[in-house]
Design a binder for this molecule. Structure first.
Ligand SMILES: Cc1cc2nc3c(=O)[nH]c(=O)nc-3n(C[C@H](O)[C@H](O)[C@H](O)COP(=O)(O)OP(=O)(O)OC[C@H]3O[C@@H](n4cnc5c(N)ncnc54)[C@H](O)[C@@H]3O)c2cc1C
Length: 391
């Protein structure tokens, strides 16, 4: 097995690292406090073509697969302190651009991809509802057949990018069989009559520079050409987006961990107590070593899962473990980083902000408990399928 990045992947990482000065923002602390997304920084990401990374080259993108995208988002997480901005981009790429690239018809791609490219459009992905969080089958938002389209009514909540978005990838109920075939996916403009979005972003603990809001649908009519895939085909589209989120989006936290490690090393080398640098206290050096071990282990699981998404013949779902490993490692490392910085760590700034940004990671893209249930289920089916050997 060779895990060394290819020359093309190294070039991509260097391209992202070179963007760092453009993304540095002295207003970040103020924007974080005010829960404000920066449209001008978003435009810089678009100018660099990052908003279309998985789109094929001939359609104006970079044609990245899951592993390439994970490496890019890891680099961006390392070089851009505005984790909320990176999260906004990653959610747009994994849950809005991904369905357009892998499931939309050529006509839908022709309608949306050039507009997204030229106008720097931002997407929001709407599935969660007040009574349907982890239990997606409780979804009530309904798309009723009406003439040559659908009338959509319902309430979506906790939607990342919603207040600032230009288009929405929506999952709604089109059947009541109690199966995976009850949902369909749609792509629509945010200004579609009957669609209203909360303009004031929710005030949340972390990822504050990604604006989160609710979307209400009141008999919003969409033409059937806005349905992605067949009627009842929304389940696999949603699952595929979640797979990309669980390793590509979560790779941004690998970048956070790498940045934290560098910062902690520098702090422990320079901060002197009891007449010597803190790094010479074995208890602290061990804590640093544990942070490194967690980062390296989570990185391997995450990149291996991203690699597996690019393989045509894949079995099982390695992305469950990736998300569990990264969210857990990032939380523990952020707590350690805060502790190693002493009182400096709890003052407003990078160290405490990184901790707040990782807190919601155990919930979105499948919560820790729900993913552990799925992983255990996967293990049970593997175990039942395999003939039992003697040893
Ligand atoms: C920062 C952030 C961004 C988000 N962005 C989006 C977005 O862009 N689009 C979107 O559609 N949604 C988004 N969400 C919503 C997210 O998908 C939901 O938060 C998630 O599905 C969990 O649902 P819930 O919050 O209603 O929690 P609940 O489902 O009510 O769960 C509450 C707790 O119970 C646990 N739990 C639930 N069921 C079980 C079970 N069977 N066994 C054991 N424990 C269980 C959960 O793990 C959790 O700890 C976002 C959430 C956050 C925090």
């Amino acid at each position: 097995m060779n895990f060394a990045p290819t020359p093309a992947q190294q070039a991509l990482q260097a391209r992202i690292a070179a963007l760092a000065p453009l993304l540095a923002d002295e207003q970040l602390q103020a924007r974080d406090q005010a829960a404000q997304f920066s449209r001008s920084l978003w435009q810089r990401l678009c100018d660099a073509g990052l908003h279309l990374l998985p789109v094929p080259v001939e359609q104006g993108g970079a044609g990245l697969g899951a592993l390439d995208l994970a490496l890019c988002l890891e680099s961006l997480g390392e070089h851009c302190q505005d984790t909320g901005l990176v999260f906004a981009l990653a959610a747009h790429l994994c849950a809005c651009i991904h369905p357009l690239v892998f499931f939309a018809s050529p006509a839908q791609q022709q309608e949306w991809l050039p507009r997204i490219r030229k106008q720097g459009l931002l997407g929001a992905h709407a599935i969660t509802e007040p009574q349907a969080g982890s239990d997606i089958a409780a979804m009530r938002t309904r798309a009723e057949r009406h003439n040559d389209g659908y009338l959509i009514s319902g309430h979506k909540c906790y939607i990342s990018n919603a207040p600032a978005c230009d288009f929405i990838v929506l999952h709604a109920r089109t059947g009541d069989t109690g199966s995976f075939l009850d949902y369909s996916s749609f792509v629509l403009d945010r200004h579609t009559p009957g669609v209203s979005i909360s303009t004031r972003p929710h005030d949340k603990v972390g990822l504050r520079s990604t604006e989160m809001g609710d979307i209400l649908f009141d008999k919003a009519w969409v033409h059937e050409s806005q349905r992605i895939g067949g009627e009842g085909g929304g389940g696999p589209i949603f699952q595929a987006s979640m797979g990309w989120e669980r390793c590509c989006l979560f790779a941004m936290y690998l970048g956070t961990m790498k940045r934290q490690l560098a910062r902690c090393c520098a702090h422990l080398e320079t901060r002197q107590q009891f007449g010597r640098p803190l790094i010479e206290q074995q208890a602290l050096a061990h804590r640093l070593a544990e942070m490194q071990l967690r980062y390296e282990s989570a990185r391997l699981v995450c990149l291996q899962a991203a690699w597996s998404l690019d393989q045509p013949e894949r079995r099982g779902d390695a992305t469950l473990a990736a998300k569990l490993a990264v969210s857990d490692a990032a939380l523990r490392n952020s707590l350690d980083a805060l502790h190693l910085h002493g009182a400096l760590g709890v003052l407003s700034g990078e160290v405490e902000r990184d901790l707040r940004n990782v807190l919601p990671a155990s919930l979105f893209s499948g919560s820790t408990e729900v993913l552990k249930n799925q992983l255990a289920q996967q293990l049970r089916s593997e175990f039942k399928r395999k003939p039992r050997g003697r040893s």
